[in-house]
Structure formats: C-alpha cells, structure tokens
Design a protein around this ligand. Sequence first.
Ligand SMILES: Cc1ncc(COP(=O)(O)O)c(C=O)c1O
Length: 447
Amino acid sequence: MQLTERQRRLLDLTFIDYHSTAEFLENPLVIDRADGLYYWDTAGKRYFDSIGGIFVAVLGHGHPRVMKAMQDQMAKVTLAPPLVSITDKLLDFVEMLGSVTPGNLKFVKPFSGGSEAVESALKFARQYYKQTGRPNKYKFISRYYGYHGGTFGGMAASGNGARKSKFEPQMSGFLKVFPPSHYRDQFASWEEANRFAARSVEDVIIQEDPSTIAGVLLEPIGNTGGIITPTNEYFEILREICDRHDVLLIFDEVITGIAKTGNMFAAQTFGVTPDIICAGKGMSSGAIPLGAMIAREDMAEAFRGTPEQGVHFAHGHTFAGNPLACAVGIAVLEEVIESDLCAKAQRLGEYLRNKLTCLKKYGVVREVRGRGILLGVEFVKDTKTMQPFPELGKEFKKTAIENGLIARVDLSWFAVAPPLIAEEGDIDEMCSLIDDSLRAALNRVRG
Ligand SMILES: Cc1ncc(COP(=O)(O)O)c(C=O)c1O
C-alpha cells in the first residue's frame, strides 16, 4: 500500500518494534479495522491474519462474547487502584485462570502483558528464595534464541545478541544454554539432541553452584528460534534436574498459552508441571492488554506475614488486574472451554500440518514443526545440504503481504497460529495464500 504524506511524516515521530522504519516502508501496513480472521488496511485491502495479530487473537478479532463482556464491565468500573483495592472481577479471574492450569498453579496475578508477567516471575522467584532460607539463589538459566520481553529482566533472559548488545551491560545473574535445535545435526536423532540439551542445563547448574541458581526459564515452544519444539522427554529431564537442585522451572507461555498447542497451556501438552507460568498474548484475544504470572499456590505462603515483617511481594503495576482486562480474560477462557477449543486446536492443527507439509513439493522445506495450531515451517536451500535459506524468508515476507497474508516470517522460517474460530475451509484459503506467496518468493529468489 502507499502511505500518504501525512502518514510518512508522522511515522518519523514513532517507531516500529524491533525493525527499522526503512524496512517497514518497503512494505508498509496501516491497519484500519479487523474482524474475525481478517484485517483491512486504510486503502481497503483485506489480509488473512494467519497469526492472530502476533499469537494473540485466539478467538479472532472482535469476538462478540469478548466485546460484550467488555461493554458490560465498562458500564460498571474500568479501574480500581491496585495499590489499595481489588474487584470481584479480578477475583473471578484469579479463580478461573487457576482452575485451568496444571498442578497447583493457582496463585495468580494479572498484569498488562508478557514482559510484565516475566519481570514479575523473576522478582517473585528471587524474593521467594530470600524468604525461605536460601538467599543466595538469584541466578536464572534461560536459552539462546529465546525471547522473554523488551524490559530489562526479560531482555537479560532473552538469548538474541542483536536485540541486546545495544543495551549492555545487561543485568547480572542471567546464564544461557542452547536449545535442542542447536545440536540437532550433531546427533543421530532429535531425541538424542534433546537429551543432550536438557542435560547441559545440569552441567551449568553444577558449575555455577546449585545454591546460587533460582530458576530455569524457557518457552516450551521457542518462537524466535523458529518454533523450536522439544520432545516430552526434554521437559521430563529438566523437571527432574530442577527438583534435584531445588531450582524453579519457569515456563514463559506468553505465546504457547491459551489453547494453541491443544491444551490450555503447553505444560499440559508436554506433560510437565512447572513452578511458575508467565502468560500473556492470547489471554485477551487482543481486545485489551493482559498477562499474568501464575505460581504454585504453596509458594505464596512465603509472602504472608504482618506489615512489620515486610514479606509481602514488593511489586506492582498501575494497570495490574484492571477490571476491564479481567472481564475480557474471563470471557476468553469461558469461550475456549465451552467451545472446546483445545480439542479443536488439535484437530485443526493436524489438518493444517498436513497442508503445510505439502509445501515440501518445492524442495525448500526442511521441516514442519510445532504442536496444535502453533506451527512453523523451516526453509532450506535444498533438502540434501539443509543450508538455511534467508533470502527466501526475506522475499516471502514481502510476497505474503502483497498477497494479503499476515504471518510471522523470519529469515529461514515462518510461523502461523490461526485463530481457533477458523474452520477447514479457512485453513484451505490461508494455505493457498501461503502457497502462492512461497511460489512467488521462490521465483524472485531464483530469478
Ligand atoms: C515468549 C514471549 N515472552 C514474553 C514476551 C513479551 O510480551 P509483551 O510483548 O506482551 O510484553 C513475548 C512477546 O512477544 C514473547 O513472545
């Protein structure tokens, strides 16, 4: 689309997240409205939103149930100062979210997005250990290629140098290991690479001194590394290592949460119970900023005491537990449960996986991976050498937008997670846009 003079001028007064404005201007997108599975730009062009905004709109855009819940709440109260008050809506949300988590993860604090949830989990873990007789436990182990938010704690835990080096020095106490994908070509099987990657976490814990390690933080399915999807055994090994060394296992489920992987949380999909879950994105289906930190109920005991003891969680945000956001969060969970969208994510995910696997006909697809409806496709130059194909990703990003498709496209891979209101026919439409865009991108790359 063409930008107007005014749009171009005003674009210089803001910025595009993690991208240069010059790159954005190669294929600018100014959204005017959204409905269900589609966006429309200000020039009236329609786009299939294969990624629910950015892993957010699990119920599509403007879902009637969500809009109604928001309107009802608007008529009552839209802010209750979290420094001194709560609302029944917040308590209802705490109860409801705690009822769909694995294990006894029932201690819930709603926030305004993923970064706040991660930041809070890091602070919660450190304070927890200080108040339970293990004050030296303060270090976190996370993974290269991971992303945990744009704030200082989340950034320190993230594993992408290009997004971090400009802000050094980073916070201290953040260590890294590689995810299994880093080792996959060094082992005979994916399972072996996963075992090695999981055990490498214990090597770091031991060398650093277990009495200094507070937590292992990771995304169950790693988005920024290209939908890195470990085996169930990887998590089994991690859980056992964390238990043995008294280390908290913290899942960043900002992307994987809320039905996408075929269960409410990926923890349930992989059959492991972490100690803390950080959630965001899909919780509001995009209607309002919402995230949450969800911890083991028994951990909350450490924060109970008199004002003089000062053991309460020393943390807060003005919009934490906002009643409007909580009303939306409840409506999303109700819809997911009543319409059995976790089962739908499994069923529709299989259908989508089969269709994406058909892209192998072009000879440039190494693998389709992910769980449920959250799937990624990795590009390679050819399937013998398995060399990455960054030129293809770059072109595909452009051809997708030109063809009216919004996806998460990176250099050598792309990801989709269509809203769970989609049916098979919608998946067909989406996959035909993917196919057309990939063919056009290949033609351009191959000249
Ligand atoms: C895995 C993960 N964690 C945390 C965040 C940060 O969430 P937010 O952008 O809502 O602050 C993101 C955002 O993309 C994410 O993908």
